[in-house]
Design a protein around this ligand. Sequence first.
Ligand code: AMP
Ligand code: MN
Ligand code: MN
Ligand code: MN
Length: 275
Amino acid sequence: MNIDLHCHSTASDGLLKPEELVARAAANGVEILALTDHDGVSGLAEARTKAESQGVRFVDGVEISVTWEGSTVHIVGLQIDPEDPVLRSGLESIREGRATRAEKMGEALAAAGVPDSFAGAKTYAENPSLISRSHFARHLVKTGLAPDVKSVFQRYLVKGKPGFVPHQWASLGDAVSWIRASGGIAVVAHPGRYNFSKPELHAFLAEFRDCGGAGIEVVTGSHSPEQYFEFARIAREFGFTASRGSDYHGKGESRADLGTLPQLPYDLKPVWHDW
Ligand code: AMP
Ligand code: MN
Ligand code: MN
Ligand code: MN
């Protein structure tokens, strides 16, 4: 089975509309697809309708921004109920924080000699309630500040650079409980991307498990092939189910296209084992 359980549409920082994303997934042979936009569920209905017309099995998802011990981590929720009031109000509180943060990013960049970036970023955010660093990055590339999104992140938008504004996202416990309250499964997104020491990673995963977290992404567009093995080992050690997802955002911005990554190592219990 070709299963892709992590991607983004214009409802957050992806480049394709939900229905365009589903059409691309179908063309790539994806049989089960989850849309996991950042901190919101507004793209799910359109994606589901398109998936039904294309014979793709659709899974409601979300990717929640979390602050754990001062670091930003992402928790994916799968098989959530997008109508659940607890989940919805939690996600709404994160989106409110994003708006304030984006204004501060604009001010920080202006102080560094880059004017009008908040207004510029807004023109790239199709969902006005979900403005992300990706929208700033696209605007800054367009103004000629850097040749591509990757380098603009490195020069301006990561910790220690002029446009970076520290931000407090949801707590790990809240994010996992919102997902579970809505009937969903909580999965750690791209665990290899966090700059944790080994003890920190273990403490983080143990706390995630204690909160009711169930899975981790093993095969993701953010991992190298060596990291597939590393996180397969960790999934076994912690008794987590394993997930596979491209984290596709759009052409030119993602390492992996929808449904094109390798399969999970055969002995792992996939997050979809009882779907
Ligand atoms: P935000 O949630 O607003 O902090 O934005 C995070 C998003 O920015 C991620 O989901 C990625 O899509 C993108 N991103 C983060 N770091 C990088 C990077 N180094 N290069 C390109 N895109 C990045
Ligand atoms: Mn993103
Ligand atoms: Mn992420
Ligand atoms: Mn993602």
